[in-house]
Design a protein around this ligand. Sequence first.
Ligand code: CA
Length: 221
Amino acid sequence: MRVLIVEDEPTLGQQLKATLEGAGYAIDLSTDGEDGHFMGMNEDYDAVILDLGLPEMDGLTVLDKWRKSKRKFPVLVLTARDSWSDKVAGLDAGADDYLAKPFQTEELIARLRALIRRASGNASSELMAGDVRLDTRSGRVTLNGDPVKLTAQEYKLLSYLMHHKGKVVSRTELIEHIYDQDFDRDSNTIEVFVTRIRKKLGQDVISTIRGLGYSLEEPES
Ligand code: CA
């Protein structure tokens, strides 16, 4: 899952980036409204964390412009403490959730996880495909109840496919959503990751749809 953070406070921005990367997200960090707006218009994000007080263009204007341009990614706005008018304005401009500063990082991560889950139509934080379970809270993956160790990149790829179970996901889409902007993107590595995941979780877990991409089947009921 790829997330854009637009935050002008350098320490907070860097801290959030590091924490969320540690939690398995690919993160792009933007430090002003104009750049953040541009990134949101041109890249595909699974969610955006948007500060409201930003240089160049304020957060509400950024959000309003995105929504008018039909950018649909879920947006969590960071508001000043106790500013109810900020919260109302943020929600009116198309925010999906808000968090007042200062906040606990754990709460931010939990809200972010819920936003991404809801946006992809998943009600539960535990995702299932056949005998594979992925717990989005702990980042643990099991096969028939047995824990399976995945590398960070393997986890990101599997998590994206599991959030979009039953759909065909192209390699380009995977690249867009599991790597941040600065990552050296090579579409061949996707196939390498898929091969490794199949070795760990079974050949059938990910289907290759020729010429289109990959798909996880809905589990048979
Ligand atoms: Ca700010």
